[in-house]
Design a protein around this ligand. Structure first.
Ligand code: NAP
Length: 177
């Protein structure tokens, strides 16, 4: 299946190699992929520790280092705030984003909302799901175990530069020790 433009929607808290695999999958079946940084209004909570701007920066780093030319030519990154009404969310996206054919996602709610509006909704295979999950990464930080095995090394460096680990620990009420 070849689409003109597909969306990859996520919270990217933080961006990890599972997200990269999703974006590469989308680029394999579309001319252009728009990476939608969802819940852009959220930051500084345990579930959503990073600001939208920080997530855009981390995605920029990961994608420019891994996709080369394709990043400039075939990928756009757009932050989007949530709205209270799921039923009209996809219509809201059609207002904010360039014309798209559908979405690539592992999230059942996202797939359902796109399908209901007559758009393509593609569920690709999950990449190393046990460790490549934002929830698992944030949990590993709180437990003091290895949190970076599914994070691109340059993203790890960026996360360290913004004090990501300390922020998650403070939000989780854990001590630094
Ligand atoms: P996420 O946790 O960052 O994940 C983004 C995508 O990557 C999901 O499809 C996720 O699948 C997939 N993924 C994660 N780990 C993967 C792996 N190891 N291999 C392959 N794929 C992997 O973000 P999300 O929660 O799905 O983001 C959805 C966004 O849409 C949120 O910001 C949400 O608020 C927004 N949204 C808004 C509305 C509204 O405003 N009314 C309605 C619907 C959605 P999994 O889902 O399986 O983790």
């Amino acid at each position: 299946m070849q689409a003109d433009r597909l969306l990859v929607v996520g919270r990217f808290q933080p961006p990890h190699l599972g997200h990269l695999s999703l974006i590469k999958y989308s680029l394999g079946v579309s001319r252009e992929t728009v990476v939608v940084v969802g819940s852009a209004q959220e930051s500084h909570t345990l579930e959503n520790p990073m600001t939208a701007g920080e997530r855009v920066e981390a995605l920029n780093i990961m994608l420019s280092e891994t996709l080369g030319d394709d990043f400039c030519k075939r990928v756009k990154i757009v932050p989007v705030m949530d709205i209270a009404m799921n039923k009209v969310w996809v219509q809201y996206l059609t207002m904010l984003l360039p014309k798209f054919d559908g979405v690539v996602s592992g999230n059942e709610l996202v797939l359902m909302l796109f399908e209901d509006m007559g758009f393509k909704a593609i569920k690709p295979p999950m990449y190393n799901r046990d460790v490549c999950s934002g929830t698992e990464i944030r949990r590993a930080i709180l437990e003091g175990s290895n949190w970076a095995s599914c994070i691109h090394p340059s993203v790890k460096k960026y996360l360290e530069s913004i004090g990501f680990v300390e922020r998650v620990k403070r939000l989780g009420g854990a001590s630094d020790g």
